[in-house]
Design a protein around this ligand. Structure first.
Ligand SMILES: Nc1ncnc2c1ncn2[C@@H]1O[C@H](COP(=O)(O)OP(=O)(O)OP(=O)(O)O)[C@@H](O)[C@H]1O
Ligand SMILES: [Mg+2]
Length: 301
């Protein structure tokens, strides 16, 4: 039996545009995110259908699957950038796509996103990159903004690097700076799309350690798209596997449990392959979530 089968979880509350979830389901008992009967499509082309899973508050949730199966597209649906063809995405008891555009935009400001390209503005220093969403969405003074920027840089181990430009940093440092920017507005959930892409194994491991630290110290929920086995097992508390052949989810559960008990051979093979680069998706493949120029990493609807 799948330990995180959504069918065994409390039923989602009825659709509501109120800030408070329904009285019958206490907030702490609800999954933070619930994806329910979700079908995603571009025009007539169905990318994935009938996705059902929950993301628990404070968990580190891994999305894995073949290249092009729809992982980045799924993130877009959850963060309020792409409307489902069918089904719902719930965030803390609210049906994200039943809200007005303004309400959804406000709700999605509680999300931070590190896009697949990890894009930072190259013409801006790290401090300016991180200050951008803060000045865009808060009324903080320049002094308060600078303090917050220093705090975020310190959180990701880049204390004192505020005046550096992205090109002056290593790949791993750029990823951490992107993480600092995604955290600028104290998001409840951080979405990372292939954060270790392009990193050497050591930088990738350091990034995993940072994710663990931030998750444990701040309690922020992480949703991470990755195919790196080392990362999946080091940081994943829960995972799903999206399949490009059947165009639906093959498995849902803790990665270690899945590696042994997944019903699908494909999932077990994926999780037990010896060379993580041999049958894994291309790390730097098409990045549909990233616009040609760097965008604010705070989700915008
Ligand atoms: N804006 C778009 N319009 C039409 N089709 C798209 C669009 N974005 C993505 N697709 C298609 O949807 C499918 C899923 O793409 P997506 O980028 O979500 O996959 P992915 O699993 O993130 O892939 P990768 O592992 O390469 O990052 C692909 O076939 C892609 O070509
Ligand atoms: Mg992708």
């Amino acid at each position: 039996m799948n330990p995180h089968d959504p069918a065994s979880q409390p039923a989602p509350p009825t659709p509501s545009t109120q800030a408070q979830p329904t009285r019958s389901v206490p907030a702490e008992a609800q999954p933070q995110v619930r994806v329910s009967h979700l079908t995603m499509a571009y025009g007539d082309r169905v990318i994935q259908h009938d996705l059902d899973f929950d993301i628990r508050r404070g968990s580190r949730f891994i999305i894995m699957g073949d290249s092009g199966c729809g992982k980045s597209t799924l993130l877009k649906h959850i963060i309020g950038l792409k409307r489902p063809a069918q089904g719902q995405v719930w965030f803390e008891g609210q049906d994200v796509w039943a809200l007005s555009d303004d309400q959804r935009s406000g709700l999605c400001r509680q999300f931070g996103v590190l896009y697949q390209s990890g894009a930072l503005w190259s013409s801006m220093t790290l401090a300016q990159n991180i200050a951008l969403p803060i000045s865009q969405y808060t009324g903080l003074s320049e002094r308060e903004t600078n303090e917050l920027v220093s705090l975020k840089l310190a959180l990701v181990g880049l204390d004192g690097f505020g005046d550096y430009y992205p090109s002056e940093l290593s790949g791993g440092m750029r990823k951490r700076a992107g993480l600092a920017r995604a955290m600028a507005l104290d998001p409840k959930v951080l979405f990372l799309d292939e954060p270790s892409a392009g990193l050497d194994p050591l930088s990738s491991r350091l990034l995993d350690e940072l994710i663990l630290e931030l998750n444990e110290s701040l309690g922020v929920t992480f949703v991470i798209v990755t195919h790196e086995l080392a990362s999946i097992f080091a940081i994943g508390t829960d995972a799903i596997f999206l399949d490009s052949d059947t165009r639906t989810m093959l498995e849902n559960g803790p990665p270690r449990w899945m590696a042994e008990h997944a019903r699908s051979d494909k999932v077990r093979r994926f999780l037990s392959r010896s060379d993580s680069s041999s049958d894994a998706p291309a790390a730097n493949a098409a990045a549909p979530m990233a616009s040609p120029t760097p965008e604010s990493s705070q989700a915008k609807a």
